[in-house]
Design a protein around this ligand. Structure first.
Ligand SMILES: *Cc1c(COP(=O)(O)O)cnc(C)c1O
Length: 269
């Protein structure tokens, strides 16, 4: 079916990513993704143990998440905090299941993340850092955080501009409940691999530079970059966390514009 315009890599997702409907489907998809992670590592001489696979379960129903858990997933990524919070509440019986919130967070929703998340990957303002820290202190919890960087320069993407990150990181030791792990980015959505790669190279270069000036206690070891359609490039460029939804769970039925406000809409499926 001809698309009215090319949105890059997303128009044929439904054909490429059939819905996982059994635990065996999840096992199969996870094994396939792991094999691709290993092959990417091999191409550039990396140890696959240095790449963490974070399955992303956004929009998928509780039954799918339970199957992913049965297939071995012990941390799930969600980009909307209220959806994540509801799922966490519904799955309290899975005591070993941990949650990573990977999407933009409004300051007035910091309390949700502070209550249940183990990790937050979209830190992009000091206002938010302060709100999270305050709530975490109340809960007696701490949180692993990643600073989100806008490496594509698109106005629709969240995250700090690359040149803002150094100053931002200097201010983070003030928030003792936040354990800073590294940087996170979403690459350009494009079928041009070279332009996607540039985003990942930018994040790695920034991290390497900032590492030397980072304040004590601020670790910038991690690079969270790469999704279903671009994780192999991200691994070649140094990703230590890849966030993968559709290649594990199956295509999402709504276009990405629904999850990333301001994004160019996908072509109809
Ligand atoms: C949805 C999402 C992903 C995963 O995207 P897929 O195409 O499903 O692999 C990764 N990161 C963020 C921030 C997301 O919102």
């Amino acid at each position: 079916m001809p698309a009215p315009f090319d949105t890059g890599t997303s128009h044929d997702r439904h054909g490429r990513y059939p819905e996982a409907i059994t635990v065996e489907d999840f096992q199969h998809n996870l094994a396939a993704v792991r094999a691709r992670i290993e092959a990417s590592c091999q191409r550039v001489g990396r140890d696959p143990a240095g790449v963490r696979l974070l399955p992303v379960s956004k929009t998928k129903p509780e039954a799918s998440l339970r199957m992913a858990h049965a297939a071995g997933c012990r941390m799930l990524g969600e980009n909307r905090v209220q959806e994540a919070h509801l799922k966490w509440q519904a799955m309290q019986d899975l005591a070993d299941l941990r949650w990573s919130v990977i999407g933009h967070l409004q300051t007035n929703k910091a309390r949700y993340v502070a209550r249940f998340a183990a990790e937050f990957q979209a830190l992009d303002s000091l206002h938010l850092a302060a709100a999270l820290d305050r709530r975490l202190q109340i809960e007696g919890r701490s949180l692993d955080v990643f600073v989100q960087v806008n490496t594509s320069g698109e106005a629709s993407k969240y995250g700090l501009a690359p040149e803002e990150v150094a100053g931002f990181v200097q201010a983070l030791p003030a928030f003792s409940a936040l354990r800073v792990r590294g940087l996170m980015t979403l690459a350009l959505f494009s079928s041009e691999a070279a332009r996607v790669r540039q985003c990942f190279v930018l994040l790695r270069t920034l991290r390497d530079r900032l590492r030397q000036s980072a304040p004590a206690g601020i670790a910038l070891d991690e690079l969270s970059m790469g999704m279903s359609d671009d994780f192999e490039i991200a691994i070649e460029e140094g990703a230590s966390v890849v966030r993968i939804g559709q290649a594990i769970f199956g295509a999402r039925t709504l276009p990405d514009s629904h999850y990333w406000p301001g994004e160019v809409p996908d072509a109809p499926a």
